[in-house]
Design a protein around this ligand. Structure first.
Ligand code: MG
Length: 237
């Protein structure tokens, strides 16, 4: 018996974008150099430490944070020029997977809603600017950025918020696609969603969670998603 799939919801980093290992120390040093060239090394270290603290809290307590909070913890005021340096540093690492537009369109053509749920310290405005740059902003029915809610994946409330954001009503008829076995796969299965694993990402050891979820399926590129979804939707012959 086929399933009526309401929505497919994607993780962002490492799923809708190809995974890159980022040299965050170099990135924070460039930002610090813009803010305070004399004390750049110390400012960079404070920013890196603050960011690590926010992500450790996400891993251990599933509580979200923001870039503004990272700056505040580091006793730094993130000026517009410093923010521009930060965004420039991220630009080559935020590119949408070239296969994504066709996959998102294919889902929409099937009457399936499309969503995003990202663990992120960035604002919606910044994420939407990236999607607009890559021509995919209009392909999403809904998005939840953890920076806007109290939780991060794998907290159930994050997933339920994303389901609701797409306009879907039943997590059991929603599919989650992600690159992390804890945040994405365990989290999605925990609320009754189907979970598809994209195992490309070199998740840093300190970001691995306490449980590794079992995916319903594994795909090696986004192009494999539509046939998989079709196989789940297919009714009896
Ligand atoms: Mg990811």
């Amino acid at each position: 018996m086929g399933t009526d799939i309401e929505a497919v919801i994607f993780d962002w980093g490492g799923t809708l974008t190809p995974w890159h290992t980022i040299d965050t120390e170099a990135l924070w040093l460039a930002v610090a150099d813009e803010l305070d060239p004399v004390n750049a090394a110390a400012v960079a270290a404070a920013l890196a430490e603050a960011e690590a603290l926010v992500w450790a809290r996400a891993r251990d307590e599933h509580r979200s944070g923001t870039l503004a909070e990272v700056a505040e913890l580091a006793n730094v005021i993130l000026t517009d020029p410093a923010r521009a340096v930060y965004e420039l540093g991220w630009e080559p690492h935020s590119l949408t997977d070239p296969q994504a537009p066709a996959v998102l369109l294919g889902l929409r053509e099937r009457g399936i809603r499309v969503g995003v749920l990202s663990n992120t310290i960035w604002s919606r405005e910044y994420h939407e600017r990236i999607f607009a740059r890559d021509g995919v902003l209009g392909l999403f029915d809904g998005a939840v950025y953890s920076s806007e809610i109290p939780w991060t994946k794998p907290h159930p409330e994050a997933f339920l918020a994303a389901v609701a954001a797409t306009g879907a009503t039943d997590p059991a008829r929603c599919v989650f696609v992600g690159d992390r076995l804890f945040d994405d796969i365990y989290g999605a299965r925990n609320v009754g969603m189907r979970a598809v694993f994209v195992p490309h990402s070199a998740v840093p050891p300190h970001q691995v969670g306490h449980t590794l979820g079992e995916p319903d399926a594994t795909i090696h590129n986004l192009g494999e998603l539509l046939p998989l979804v079709d196989s789940w939707r297919a009714g009896p012959p």
